[in-house]
Design a protein around this ligand. Structure first.
Ligand SMILES: *Cc1c(COP(=O)(O)O)cnc(C)c1O
Length: 369
């Protein structure tokens, strides 16, 4: 909305007036309502096509009769379970309404006008939004081969820098940083500079060089690692994520956290899901097969794609992707255009069930022709 349409803009903080809201993947129900179609498939938000595992489903069913009560505001059981899982103290865990919530808490605690925050070109769109929502200055480093360029990021760090954001693997590119360079980068930052390593897709990565930054939390007091239950654990609708950090950082994050930010169903489902290795294994296996299915199709169509270790793959359409995206929508296939990530020729496709991937491939061939 412009100033003419919304006169309240002049009352908002100036950095809020300039904000453009995050655009989520289109819900199936919205597309079907708009076009009067049915049987659409959504491969647009990197959700787990298997959904919640059995253990999480059972835990939620058992809780239904308790939903008249507020959840445990401290999330005691979940925080203890996560602490055990990671070999850290419960005081190191901060719960979020999705890891997006945690990213916001970090911005609210450590950023303000006149401070700066560094992120990478083509990195997760929530970082610049979190920075701008508190009036700090966003400094974007050029990417290298669509991935984070740690040298370029280090070059943007100044005395005013308070938070550096890294997605590993990155969304929407599926690129990743190896343990050695990432650890040196973190160690090279000034101690007054918080570094966030966002590991939303970590469960999908098998490469031995891929780091587990949660192992470094006790080495680097300025490190915050975020994880989520929205991807490999299949609990996106429940909105549950967390941060691991030095307890003194967790103390600050908890000062701005809303007392009941993680709902009761989310707490019991996540407590059950974190140790459901079988569900994660099945999800990762399905993802590997689906990744092969999609990349084989791209190769056959002569299209290049960014090699991805996540549960999504980003393809270069070789021409503006927006019209192709519109044509896919008309065929009931929802994927993610990336113009707002500075990638107008690319589409990001989340890996779905085999049948959903096949629906996408057939529709994509059709609209390309
Ligand atoms: C999906 C995603 C998240 C997780 O979001 P939730 O709020 O936990 O659902 C965080 N970071 C990145 C890079 C993501 O792609």
């Amino acid at each position: 909305m412009s100033q003419a349409e919304n006169p309240f803009i002049s009352l908002a903080a100036p950095w809020i007036a300039g904000l453009t809201p995050y655009v989520p993947g289109k819900p199936v129900s919205e597309l079907e309502r708009e076009l009067g179609i049915r049987d659409s498939v959504k491969l647009a938000s990197n959700e787990n096509p298997l959904g919640p595992g059995l253990r999480a489903r059972e835990a939620m069913t058992a809780l239904l009769s308790e939903l008249g009560r507020y959840p445990d505001g401290a999330g005691f059981e979940l925080r203890r379970t996560l602490a055990d899982y990671h070999g850290l103290s419960p005081a190191a865990v901060t719960l979020g309404n999705g890891s997006n919530d945690v990213l916001d808490l970090i911005a609210r605690v450590f950023l303000q006008p006149e401070t700066e925050s560094v992120f990478s070109e083509h990195a997760f769109a929530v970082y610049p939004l979190a920075i701008q929502s508190v009036g700090a200055r966003a400094r974007m480093a050029q990417a290298c081969d669509f991935g984070h360029d740690l040298t370029a990021m280090a070059a943007l760090v100044t005395d005013a820098t308070r938070v550096v954001w890294i997605a590993n693997p990155n969304n929407p590119t599926g690129t990743w940083l190896a343990a050695g360079p990432l650890k040196s980068f973190i160690g090279s930052l000034p101690k007054r500079c918080i570094v966030v390593v966002d590991e939303a897709y970590t469960e999908y990565v098998a490469d031995p060089e891929f780091p587990n930054a949660t192992h470094w939390v006790e080495t680097f007091p300025n490190l915050i690692v975020t994880r989520t239950f929205s991807k490999a654990h299949g609990l996106a609708a429940l909105r549950i994520g967390y941060a691991l950090s030095d307890p003194r950082i967790a103390d600050l994050l908890n000062r701005v956290r809303q007392p009941f930010n993680v709902n009761a169903l989310g707490q019991v489902a996540a407590t059950a899901a974190i140790n459901d290795r079988e569900h994660v294994r099945a999800s990762v296996e399905l993802n590997q097969a689906g990744m092969k299915q999609l990349t084989t199709a791209f190769a056959r169509l002569g299209l290049s794609y960014i090699p991805s270790v996540g549960n999504f793959v980003t393809v270069d359409c070789g021409r503006p992707a927006a019209p192709l995206n519109d044509a896919l929508l008309k065929r009931g296939v929802i994927v993610r255009p990336l113009a707002n990530y500075g990638m107008p020729n690319h589409l990001r496709i989340s890996i779905g069930l085999e049948s959903e991937n096949a629906r996408f491939i057939a529709a994509f061939e059709d609209v390309l022709a």
